[in-house]
Design a protein around this ligand. Structure first.
Ligand SMILES: *Cc1c(COP(=O)(O)O)cnc(C)c1O
Length: 391
């Protein structure tokens, strides 16, 4: 297909639910992408959080090739070794727990919502936070604390309350005898890279313990090494009751996971919840390759080191360009809040060969792959600085 034909087909045949950049990509490797004209781009926002180990990681490619030739799919009323291995691996890197496999972040959060309601035995209210993002399905959307995603889709399911982030009094005031869970992202991704205060999270844990509430941590974006630890909760010295995972875990293949603390994990029994494709052999094999790459290639250490470097470089940019209001984040999850809208800057960066994102209108989001090199960071920030200079 020619480029014009591709654009034409999208226009004619695909619902216009995405704001699109007019680029056609055909190949990826690590932090590099090539478009249909063979132009190379440096990707500092791989897959919207999916590409933590970069594009087309050789371990993932090999794992998938191996598994595709043996068994692609088997339904969840049977057993297969890859799901057993992956579940064991995820539990090994977290704490005693059981997992439920599905296919996306929203679906993992839906599972957490249903789990909480079953656990609550009549208690059903879930408290979430302003500027949070938990997905587009109705339950996950009801938990999402951003009105712009909800307009026109009401009525949403009942039983959700949104309060101010990092405000413990607001949480306390929202709790009733019907409350069953508190759900949050430790770093709000779509909401502008807002980091939860440590004290706030510690008190949330305490409140949940005292009132028998479930603490649900949505690690769909922060998980799998993004913040320099395998999971973001590990920075906080707490254990959530439920963790949801998706994005980066499959190395580009669709996966969602709800992980629940072992003592309560049998709340859901046979027939109570399901997902046909959840935890299929090829997907599990890909996820195992991702976790293996993170460990064997010491990507957490690299993410910490490169994260420090990235933040120090961004800090210097902030000192130099008054248009930057604040730099925040953790590991390789960086938000650069501007005094102006970021759309033009993103467009200009892309025109110069650097892919970044802007969220919440004014926050540039940089989430390079965990195996990014210093040289690539220098190149990317060189492009960004060139754009800032040209404003
Ligand atoms: C992307 C995202 C989701 C939704 O994931 P999908 O796979 O798109 O359904 C949920 N929570 C967070 C924190 C996310 O970043």
């Amino acid at each position: 297909m020619k480029v014009e034909e591709i654009f034409e087909s999208y226009k004619d045949n695909i619902m216009p639910t995405y704001t699109k950049v007019p680029l056609v990509f055909v190949k990826g490797k690590g932090s590099k992408l090539w478009d249909i004209h063979a132009r190379a781009y440096l990707d500092f926002f791989p897959g919207w959080g999916v590409g933590n180990i970069g594009h087309c990681h050789p371990k993932v490619m090999q794992a998938v090739r191996d598994q595709v030739s043996k068994l692609i799919f088997i339904p969840n009323n049977y057993y297969h070794p890859q799901q057993a291995k992956l579940a064991k691996e995820i539990v090994y890197w977290t704490y005693p727990a059981k997992v439920f496999f599905c296919n996306s972040g929203a679906e993992a959060n839906e599972a957490a919502i249903k789990f909480s309601r079953k656990f609550g035995k009549g208690r059903y209210e879930i408290i979430s936070f302003e500027n949070s993002f938990h997905g587009r399905t109705l339950g996950a959307l009801a938990a999402t604390g951003q009105a712009k995603y909800k307009v026109g889709f009401e009525p949403l399911p009942e039983g959700f309350k949104t309060v101010k982030f990092n405000d413990i009094e607001a949480v306390k005031n929202a709790i009733t005898e019907k409350t069953v869970a508190i759900m949050l992202e430790l770093i709000q991704g779509e909401g502008g890279v807002n980091v939860a205060d440590k004290d706030f999270v510690l008190v949330l844990r305490k409140i949940c313990d005292q009132k028998n509430l479930l603490l649900i941590v949505d690690e769909v974006q922060t998980g799998v090494g993004r913040t320099g630890k395998l999971f973001c909760y590990q920075h906080y010295g707490i254990k959530p009751d439920i963790i949801t995972l998706a994005k980066a875990l499959g190395g580009g293949f669709p996966i969602g996971v709800m992980l629940v603390r072992k003592e309560i994990s049998d709340t859901l029994g046979p027939g109570m919840h399901a997902s046909t494709f959840g935890g299929a052999p090829v997907i599990c094999k890909a996820a195992l390759a991702v976790l293996s790459a993170v460990q064997k290639e010491k990507l957490l250490a690299n993410a910490q080191k490169m994260g420090e470097y990235l933040f120090s470089r961004l800090g210097s940019l902030k000192d130099k360009y008054s248009i930057i209001k604040e730099v925040r984040g953790l590991g390789l999850m960086a938000g650069v809040e501007l005094n102006i809208e970021g759309k033009k800057i993103v467009e200009e960066c892309i025109a110069r060969g650097l892919l970044i994102n802007c969220t919440h209108d004014k926050v540039l989001r940089l989430m390079p792959a965990l195996n990014i090199t210093k040289k690539e960071i220098d190149k990317g920030l060189g492009i960004l600085e060139g754009v800032l200079k040209s404003l």
